[in-house]
Design a protein around this ligand. Structure first.
Ligand SMILES: NC(=O)c1ccc[n+]([C@@H]2O[C@H](COP(=O)([O-])OP(=O)(O)OC[C@H]3O[C@@H](n4cnc5c(N)ncnc54)[C@H](OP(=O)(O)O)[C@@H]3O)[C@@H](O)[C@H]2O)c1
Length: 315
């Protein structure tokens, strides 16, 4: 691992921020943060040095920024922050490939859904590990442009909010600084004193919507159909008991209202797990359902609906 004599300062406008994973969220964050910091976007393939970005307001932009293959990147200058924007199951491998070129005290910001990577990296990464829970929505268009217009690499499907915090509660100041920069870059964000609770609330929503929509190959809104509501109710019942056993404070309106609101608000959307299944890609099943099944083991709780859902969901 490299050890620079003068560690880069995150708040320095000239500091370099590295985004690992040039997918939907990685490109969205890069498109915004490049206005505030020297952002480099790392992917698995060669890419042109501009990013085609369609904003949430429908404006097409081209953003110039270095886009490299992860294997070609050199830490010159060393980054002040590494934003990990891969899927949960790819995060550790991507970081392992990068690790020999990084100062071990470099702060990480994890963008993943689920609750698998976050506790693991908090335990084993020597530097600060910040976790984000975001309601921003972005996707990569599947078909290339046919209009002669430059291709769009990423679409900002819906504006949201990002909460940032660390599981150990030791890096509140760092979370504040990152949130501040995100706000300056046009992505609404705030530091969060209880990011574990935020992540588990999102997990509750994702554990119901993602696997059920992938199993039945339906848009999110069809979960409001009476035939699907029985399954939703059984799953939310099990999840509420698990959350109570884990000591996760419930949302004000309760777990069922949280999940139903998410179904209603995203009625026309195709969940990310359904998109992965249709594209033949690995899903985030283990990062989303795995922590719930492990909690059931820890507390000796019977969760037949969640177990059945895990078995019927491709990994
Ligand atoms: N998209 C959203 O709206 C959204 C919203 C909230 C949370 N999230 C969460 O954010 C995370 C990322 O989601 P996403 O939608 O951005 O996924 P995505 O579009 O699949 O992007 C992930 C990217 O990581 C790249 N990658 C994987 N391993 C790599 C490696 N070793 N080196 C370099 N790049 C690597 C992938 O490369 P390839 O292209 O080669 O596969 C892909 O481009 C997920 O946990 C998701 O649940 C997403």
């Amino acid at each position: 691992m490299t050890q620079p004599s003068n560690p880069p300062v995150l708040t320095d406008r000239a500091s370099s921020w590295l985004i690992v994973g040039a997918g939907a969220l990685g490109q969205l964050f890069a498109a915004h943060l490049a206005s505030q910091r020297a952002v480099t976007l790392l992917g698995r393939r060669d890419a042109p040095s501009t990013l085609g970005y369609l904003t949430a307001e429908g404006e097409q932009r081209r953003i110039a920024l270095p886009r490299l293959r992860l294997r070609d990147w050199r830490p010159s200058p060393p980054p002040a922050l590494v934003i990990l924007a891969t899927k949960a199951h790819d995060g550790e491998a991507a970081l392992a490939e990068l690790e020999p070129r990084l100062d071990p005290t470099t702060p990480l910001l994890l963008l993943q859904n689920g609750f698998r990577l976050q506790p693991r990296l908090t335990t084993c990464w020597p530097g600060p590990v910040l976790c984000a829970s975001t309601t921003e929505a972005a996707y990569r268009p599947t078909s290339p442009s046919t209009s002669g217009e430059p291709a769009v690499d990423v679409v900002h499907a819906a504006r949201g909010h990002t909460w940032i915090g660390d599981l150990a509660g030791e890096h509140a100041e760092l979370a504040e600084r990152i949130a501040e920069t995100m706000n300056e870059a046009g992505l609404a964000a705030s530091a969060c004193a209880d990011i574990r609770r935020r992540l588990w609330h999102k997990l509750a929503i994702n554990a119901v919507i993602n696997p059920l929509t992938a199993r039945y190959r339906i848009p999110n809104g069809e979960l409001a159909h009476p035939a699907r509501q029985r399954e939703v109710t059984a799953l939310v019942g099990e999840i509420s008991r698990l959350m109570a056993a884990e000591g996760i404070e419930p949302p004000e309106a309760g777990w069922m209202a949280l999940v139903q609101r998410a179904i209603g608000n995203s009625a026309a959307n195709q969940s990310s797990m359904l998109q992965d299944v249709l594209a033949g890609r690995p899903t985030e099943r283990d990062a989303i359902l795995g922590p719930l099944l492990e909690a059931a083991e820890r507390h000796a709780l019977d969760v037949p609906a969640l177990r059945a859902l895990y078995s019927s969901t491709p990994g």
